[in-house]
Design a protein around this ligand. Structure first.
Ligand code: CA
Ligand code: CA
Ligand code: CA
Length: 210
């Protein structure tokens, strides 16, 4: 009986895992199209900056960095029309050349922050204006976003990433190489239930045998 229960629970877990598992669907920016062969995926469930960054590193990648006009165009297309997303950039007084609003910006993953694509018409960015008194890292707006709203056209803006101000955005994860298949949370939950079932059956079997 013991081995039968274990086998049933294990089979159930495997079925649940296979049925629930959906591979991440990152898109490669291929060298054939002028790209860097990195992989990118848009996560459109709005998240605060810190949560987005935690999600990106948890998936083995990083919040997207943009280091060329070609990469900006690729990322803007991924964001889609009239939307916005976090980029993996931040500003800090600890960074070389810091001054508000345009100095001391850096990519969190260490990429060189030289290419920029700030909104430069109308209300130009960066402007460090919002959330008066709401210090982000060093100023009022020290995190980085890209917007495809027609008034931005794929250009960047600085915004407060302090969770207390509640800004949420879609975000894009970038990987240098193809990430491993990523199980969905539901399949991990089902796997957990299956494993708990194995443990329960083992314990109850021991009881009956005792
Ligand atoms: Ca990049
Ligand atoms: Ca700032
Ligand atoms: Ca701004």
């Amino acid at each position: 009986m013991k081995s039968k229960y274990v086998l049933l629970a294990l089979t159930g877990s495997l079925i649940a895992l296979c049925a629930g598992q959906v591979e991440a669907s990152p898109i490669q920016w291929t060298s054939g199209s002028g790209g860097n062969n990195h992989y990118y995926e848009l996560f459109s469930t709005p998240a605060g900056f810190a949560a987005a960054q935690t999600s990106a590193t948890g998936l083995g990648g990083y919040l997207v960095t943009i280091t060329s006009s070609g990469e900006n165009a690729f990322v803007a297309a991924l964001v889609g029309p009239s939307s916005a997303a976090w980029l993996g950039g931040f500003q800090s007084a600890a960074n070389p050349g810091y001054s508000e609003p345009g100095g001391g910006w850096a990519w969190a993953n260490g990429d060189t922050f030289s290419y920029t694509n700030w909104k430069n018409t109308g209300f130009a960015e960066p402007n460090d204006v919002a959330n008066s008194g709401g210090i982000d890292i060093s100023g009022n707006e020290d995190h980085l976003g890209i917007s495809t709203d027609p008034s931005f056209g794929g250009r960047w803006y600085d915004i407060n990433g302090n969770a207390a101000y509640g800004q949420k955005n879609s975000y894009i994860v970038e990987w240098d190489s193809d990430p491993a298949p990523l199980p969905e949370p539901t399949s991990l939950l089902l796997l957990g239930i299956g494993l708990a079932g194995i443990a329960f059956r083992r314990r109850s079997t021991v009881k009956r045998e005792a």
